[in-house]
Design a binder for this molecule. Structure first.
Ligand code: NOJ
Ligand code: CA
Length: 552
């Protein structure tokens, strides 16, 4: 069955995630700010030298005590002074729109900060207006050791029980994440109204879309039943089947209501972050103008077979109707240039790592779905190395055997813009160390180098825009004899693109599919540069770690 027409910006466009704290600092306090993002919009879009993305997604910039760096929101409609003012936000929206960039903001609606006035009011009184805005329960009694028993067996994703006792209210409250992130009670009509009001406020302020943090955990089982135990993997979270603390049927109705509000303004989109789930949970939650991050690609190793398996599994789960969201890196996971890199730290390993990053970029920017880039990946930024004991990321500091949490600082390093001291990021002391290779791996050095990873991203984005098949075409794998090669064809009625990636560090022979009656393949792009003859047919030899796109 042919897919429906694919022509909306959130399908054909490329979204670029900015982690505001780490992008660019204008006032020397070592933290990025909204004015810093405004200063660097030309990097993203609007001029011939820009990367050429279509939308910017901003991780949270709301007032926050930063127990989870902004994912603990103390005011849903404000701007934290460390990031600037509402006027800066308006300038940012205006600057994006002037350049043809859409603005997507992060909404963290499963939980607020414990500093939010709603939670303060809720904890202060069992009978006040906000009493039931969060999920409070009595203790069912004492354990044999004398401690208060929690209402059920649910765990916090960041370690420990999901319940914390509050002395003021003399009850437990629920927190799927940190104790400083109490879960809101979406079953309460006033909470629903207030949070949907937040959506309306930001639409009025001109945003084009929302990324919904952990959206499939908004609703919990109404009776708060304990999860069944199971034999799991690493960490106590995996020792339960999460049947009662996420993925409840009430979510469907809420999503429809939220979508109806967003749909009052044509061209707006949402993307839901699937919390701790996979393709089977993601597929039924995809809807018109609503994408879902399903994490198919974000943990894969460097292997053609692994990527092939992921493409097949997703095709089977989504079919031709559901539009995927493609992500290799974000602020929670190791940077993919490090994840996919070969072992070793010498210059040869670094060069090979960059070559792999170009192959990965080719995949991300040509496979079916909307690509989401994470700031810094366009220069193949690597992980920072920060021991857990020195981590700024609070969950990493709580890591233990029962909660083998990872250190997300590694993926949140300051963006190196130039080779100057401070890397053009800040004139002060950056909140996390600069990447150690910032003097040579930075935006301005790579912009001047036609063989750089940045130049590859620019070239691929140009190719995408010029090739309808890469934007909206169907996709089918093209079998290859060489197990280190991944090939696929994208096709519309009017054109076709054949993408082929050599994962091996040796040459590989590739067979091309038939281009379609009356057409011939021409090489449109290759990570190896321009040295190829234009027309190709039947078979072609790729160089080591070469990725190539032919169009017809
Ligand atoms: C998912 C976000 O991506 C992550 O950074 C955050 O810690 C949790 N949700 C809790 O909000
Ligand atoms: Ca700053």
């Amino acid at each position: 069955m042919a897919a429906a027409a694919i022509d909306e910006w959130w399908q054909t466009g490329v979204v670029y995630q900015v982690y505001p704290r780490s992008f660019a600092d204008t006032n020397g306090d070592g933290m990025g700010d909204l004015a810093g993002i405004v200063d660097h919009l030309d990097h993203l879009g609007g001029s011939p030298d820009s990367l050429g993305v279509d939308a910017v997604w901003l991780s949270p910039f709301y007032p926050s005590p930063d127990h989870d760096f902004g994912y603990d929101v103390a005011d849903y409609v404000g701007v934290d002074p460390k990031y600037g003012t509402l006027a800066d936000f308006e300038r940012l929206v205006e600057g994006c729109h002037r350049r043809g960039l859409k603005v997507v903001i992060d909404l963290v609606l499963n939980h607020s900060s414990s500093q939010h006035s709603w939670f303060q009011a809720s904890r202060a009184s069992r009978s006040g207006d906000h009493a039931d805005w969060y999920i409070w329960r009595d203790s069912p009694g004492r354990s044999i050791l004398g401690g208060r028993r929690a209402p059920n067996n649910w765990r916090s994703f960041f370690g420990g029980s999901a319940w914390t006792w509050d002395d003021a209210r003399e009850q437990f409250y629920l927190h799927t994440f940190l104790p400083e992130q109490p879960d809101l009670n979406w079953r309460h009509p006033a909470v629903r109204e207030a949070l949907l009001g937040v959506v309306r406020t930001w639409l009025d302020r001109g945003v084009d879309g929302f990324r919904l943090d952990v959206f499939n955990t908004f609703f919990k089982d109404a009776a708060l039943r304990s999860n069944p135990w199971r034999l799991g993997g690493r960490g106590a979270w995996s020792w339960q089947r999460h049947v009662y603390d996420r993925d409840q049927p009430e979510l469907r109705g809420l999503l429809a209501e939220l979508r109806a509000i967003v749909d009052e303004r044509p061209g707006r989109m949402t993307v839901g972050e699937l919390f701790d789930g996979r393709l089977a949970e993601a597929a039924p939650l995809i809807a018109p103008r609503h994408l879902v991050f399903d994490w198919s690609l974000i943990t894969l190793p460097w292997s053609a077979a692994a990527f092939k398996g992921a493409v097949l599994a997703r095709d089977a789960a989504f079919g031709p109707e559901r539009w995927p969201a493609n992500v290799l890196s974000n602020h929670d996971q190791p940077r993919h240039a490090s994840r996919l890199a070969p072992a070793g730290v010498d210059a040869a390993a670094e060069a090979e790592g960059d070559a792999r990053a170009k192959v990965a970029a080719t995949l991300l920017l040509t496979m079916r779905g909307t690509p989401f880039l994470y700031y810094g990946e366009e220069i193949a930024l690597r992980n920072l190395s920060i021991p857990n004991a020195e981590a700024a990321d609070p969950p990493a500091r709580r890591a233990s055997f029962l909660s083998p949490w990872w250190n997300r600082d590694q993926a949140r390093g300051p963006m190196p813009w130039t080779g100057a001291p401070g890397a053009g990021f800040s004139s002060g002391r950056p909140w996390l160390p600069l990447p150690p290779d910032a003097a040579r791996r930075n935006v301005s050095a790579q912009a001047a180098d036609p063989a750089s990873v940045l130049s590859a991203y620019r070239g691929l984005l140009r190719l995408r825009r010029a090739t309808p098949a890469l934007l909206g075409g169907d996709q089918a794998l093209v079998d290859q004899a060489d197990a280190d090669v991944l090939g696929y064809i994208r096709r519309t009625d009017a054109d076709a693109a054949f993408v082929v990636l050599n994962f091996a560090s040796r040459p590989a022979t590739v067979s091309l599919p038939a281009p379609g009656a009356g057409r011939g393949w021409r090489v449109a792009w290759s990570t190896a540069g321009d040295g190829r003859s234009e027309s190709v047919s039947d078979s072609i030899v790729l160089g080591p770690l070469e990725a190539l796109v032919a169009t017809a």
